[in-house]
Design a protein around this ligand. Structure first.
Ligand SMILES: Cc1cc2nc3c(=O)[nH]c(=O)nc-3n(C[C@H](O)[C@H](O)[C@H](O)COP(=O)(O)O)c2cc1C
Length: 119
């Protein structure tokens, strides 16, 4: 299962590197996916998907299989709500929520979940 990820300050990029799975960074939102994928994104605004993520999903959501969001507990009311926004708009499962670049347990659990989607 391919990963598409969006990272502004490096936390999501660090988490994705720890996963060690096939991944593509979304920089502009105009990228095209040609295989099923999981989106891993940070949370922007007040619980929002970053704009480039919205653009990217508009074009590629047919192949989207799940979403993981990174956030920070300092945003208590909107913690990781980017995952909920994608889930509500596209009906795909939330595979995890991580703070910053995630714990070792987050890496193990979310990695196993993503790998199991290939079966
Ligand atoms: C302008 C701004 C708004 C944010 N809003 C939220 C939010 O609503 N909820 C949340 O959980 N985290 C929020 N965050 C925290 C980031 O999602 C979090 O730090 C994330 O790990 C950043 O990932 P990145 O380093 O890959 O860009 C916000 C960060 C910034 C800079």
């Amino acid at each position: 299962m391919k990963i598409a990820y969006i990272s502004q300050t490096g936390n999501v990029a660090s988490f994705v590197e720890k996963l060690g799975l096939d991944a593509m960074e979304v920089y502009t939102g105009t990228e095209t996916m040609d295989e099923p994928f999981v989106l891993i994104t940070y949370t922007d605004g007040l619980g929002d998907v970053p704009d480039i993520g919205s653009d990217f999903l508009e074009e590629n959501h047919a192949l989207l299989r799940g979403v993981v969001a990174s956030g920070n507990m300092g945003w208590s009311d909107t913690y990781c709500l980017a995952a909920d926004a994608v889930h509500e708009q596209y009906g795909v499962p939330i595979l995890g929520k991580i703070e910053d670049d995630g714990t070792d347990e987050d890496v193990a659990v979310i990695r196993a979940t993503i790998v199991s989607l290939n079966k």
